[in-house]
Design a protein. Structure first.
Ligand SMILES: Cc1cc2nc3c(=O)[nH]c(=O)nc-3n(C[C@H](O)[C@H](O)[C@H](O)COP(=O)(O)O)c2cc1C
Length: 325
């Protein structure tokens, strides 16, 4: 196995080359490199952080790090667990397969990304099959979190198709690239229907909240979720921005600039809801120092961009900072 420093240097070199390409070519190439890279070359980090386990209902996460939703490929989930994430959120899945927005749908901005992907995904049935197959071969302690989105009826279908293979769901009500988000935030009855379905599913559920709707999150979304027994809230998704380079002309920003807003809002949420909620801080976490600051208020941390920009040794750096090992 390469040492952490040697791996970081090699990663930095490859990433600086990929950065020369437009994202739409860099993404498949970067993934292709990972796919072909034997695990043995990627530094492995033990998932267990003694004394830092977290529970969401009856599901135990052996550390508080979650890889944010993006990957729908099982081998990528495996890489993420290998690098030390306690949880991995799958790509958000809708009931029917979706091709997603036209290219270009991901561009770089301020050390992060803007995407207007609109959930390209293989659909609920296929995702359930992938999760089932993954469970057969994966024998580690990482928790796969199935990220899902749709209307109450669609969510009901996805949940029934994926049961009993899924341990935990993330209900995504928050993408700036999905019209349903506006509808859910404008109409509490529609949101309540979704929460009712999740309550019936009896599966532990995280709710991924939208950025740009802080007032609504704190005034009714969380209260409504608590009414249906949902205690875990992930703040938050990408920041809506206008970007003419994207096919849709607008999208959601991910990356380091989100961190200030993430901290301000998780502090407010903790103050308002105390220990009634399980708080997942997400957005702009890209260093062990930032992770430590967010963990002063949050129970879990989620990040995605830094997995790409900083490489897969960040979980072990965070672990070292938090537990000193
Ligand atoms: C290309 C791309 C695709 C994404 N797809 C999803 C998705 O399908 N579902 C979701 O909930 N979040 C999605 N996200 C948002 C991330 O999971 C994460 O919440 C966001 O990037 C903020 O965290 P970060 O600053 O650590 O990247 C996506 C982000 C990017 C860059």
């Amino acid at each position: 196995m390469l040492t952490e420093n040697a791996f970081d240097a090699a990663y930095k070199f490859c990433y600086s080359f990929l950065k020369l390409l437009p994202e739409q070519y860099a993404i498949p190439l970067g993934k292709g490199i990972y796919k072909r890279l034997p695990h043995i070359l990627i530094p492995e980090t033990e998932i267990h952080w003694p004394g830092h386990e977290r529970k969401i209902v009856d599901v135990t996460f052996y550390n508080p790090l979650i890889l944010g939703s993006y990957y729908s490929e099982p081998w990528m989930w495996d890489v993420a667990f290998h690098t030390g994430f306690g949880g991995v959120a799958t790509k958000t899945t809708t009931h029917n397969a979706r091709k997603g927005a036209a290219h270009p749908r991901v561009v770089r901005l301020r050390n992060g990304f803007v995407n207007c992907e609109s959930y390209p995904n293989p659909g609920g049935k296929e995702m359930a099959r992938r999760i089932k197959e993954f469970n057969k071969v994966y024998n580690g302690d990482g928790i796969l979190v199935a990220s899902i989105a749709g209307t109450a009826r669609e969510i009901e279908e996805i949940v029934s198709e994926s049961d009993p293979h899924v341990k935990c769901f993330e209900l995504n009500i928050s993408s700036p690239n999905y019209m349903l988000t506006d509808e859910l935030y404008r109409n509490p009855n529609t949101l309540e229907d979704l929460f009712r379905v999740m309550e019936k599913s009896r599966k532990p559920t995280l709710v991924k909240l939208a950025r740009g709707y802080e007032e609504e999150n704190n005034s009714f979304v969380i209260l409504l979720g608590l009414k249906y027994g949902i205690r875990a809230y992930h703040y938050g998704n990408t920041q809506p921005v206008i970007d003419s380079r994207l096919s849709a002309g607008r999208g959601g920003y991910s990356g380091p600039d989100l961190f200030k807003g993430t901290m301000e809002n998780i502090i407010k949420m903790r103050k308002k809801f105390g220990k009634d909620i399980i708080l997942i801080a997400g957005g702009g976490i890209d260093s062990a120092e930032r992770a430590e600051r967010a963990l002063e208020y949050a129970d879990f941390l989620a990040y995605l961009s830094a997995f790409i920009t900083k490489g897969p040794t960040l979980p072990r750096k965070i672990k070292r900072r938090i537990i000193g090992a």
